[in-house]
Design a protein around this ligand. Structure first.
Ligand code: C2E
Ligand code: CA
Ligand code: CA
Ligand code: CA
Length: 280
């Protein structure tokens, strides 16, 4: 019986072991990635649909692994979260975002904004608020409105007073807040009333299926109307076609983000895109 147990054990483990080992190795490599200069921040334009102008950009982290090449955030962000490394990574992303938004505010538009993603773990960091962010922005001579924070609905679902306090703290300093991936999670509309949120980002799973008379079209229209009534602006994620853009515009959506406009770009390329837009 003992032998059979051992057999069963060895029969089932290899694939799991390989996956677990892979995760361990990657997490270990990630530890050195920040200091080893392997992280990059890409910027994806957020376009004002009516005018077609780039008003904002979302900062999205990339990992240039020395052996594996570019590793997707979908793979390494979960590892960063479970290992706690996300805090260090997020701080670095924030500083890069601040550095670039300063340049774009002075060279492109004084109201330009860069948004940064904050995992629940980063947002709820024990005993620490965003004071060091405010100090950093002040050092750079930037107003809080230069930065937009993207959070997800899950954070608001079990929001203790800590979450509410931090949202208020951000607001007091002029940093705006966007609710990311709207429609994928628990999507209680009551959050929008209860918390001071400035932007709602419609998840790309809705955008993907937009077609006249489709149910996702009806849902998107309803979300946009409701958001506007509550004083929020709406960003549609994952806009890939001109038809989607037209339907969103007709539904009154404020902003679009997606491959139709541009994929996430290295800062220098994004910068060139802004300059080209100025020439139009
Ligand atoms: P997200 O915040 O929902 O970011 C949008 C994702 O959609 C990005 O994936 C972007 O490249 C992708 N995307 C943009 N336009 C299109 C489109 O038209 N079609 C399609 N199919 N995809 C599009 P990415 O960069 O791979 O990031 C994946 C996720 O990783 C992000 O989802 C976010 O949750 C997380 N993430 C990325 N950077 C950071 C970061 O600095 N901090 C934290 N905490 N999370 C991050
Ligand atoms: Ca986001
Ligand atoms: Ca999103
Ligand atoms: Ca997402």
């Amino acid at each position: 019986a003992k032998g059979a147990g051992r057999n069963r054990f060895s029969y089932f483990t290899p694939a799991l072991q390989v996956a677990a080992l892979n995760r361990m190795r990657l997490t270990n490599d990630l530890r050195g990635a920040v200091k080893g200069n392997q992280l990059r921040v890409y910027f994806q334009p957020i376009v004002h649909l009516r005018t077609g102008r780039i008003h904002k950009a979302e900062a999205l982290v990339r990992w240039q692994h020395p052996q594996r090449g570019l590793v997707s955030p979908l793979e390494f962000i979960p590892l960063a979260e479970s290992s706690g490394l996300i805090v260090e990574i997020g701080e670095w992303v924030f500083k890069e975002a601040a550095r670039w938004v300063r340049q774009w505010r002075s060279q492109h538009h004084p109201d330009f904004q860069v948004s940064v993603n904050q995992s629940p773990l980063e947002f709820q960091r024990d005993g620490q608020g965003y004071e060091h962010w405010f100090a950093h922005l002040q050092e750079l001579g930037l107003k809080g409105s230069a930065i937009l924070v993207e959070i997800t609905e899950g954070l608001l679902l079990d929001a203790g007073s800590g979450v509410t306090d931090k949202l208020l703290q951000l607001r007091d300093h002029g940093i705006q807040v966007a609710l990311d991936d709207f429609g994928t999670g628990y999507s209680s509309l009551s959050y929008l009333k209860k918390f001071d949120i400035d932007y709602l980002k419609i998840d790309r799973s809705f955008t993907r299926n937009l077609a006249p008379q489709s149910s996702d079209m009806a849902l998107s229209e309803a979300i946009i109307v409701m958001a506007h009534k509550l004083g929020l602006k709406v960003v549609a994620e994952g806009v890939e076609t001109a038809e989607q853009r037209a339907l969103l515009l007709r539904a009154g959506c404020d902003y679009g983000q997606g491959y139709l406009f541009a994929p996430p770009l290295p800062a220098a390329e994004f910068d060139a895109m802004l300059k080209a837009q100025l020439a139009i």
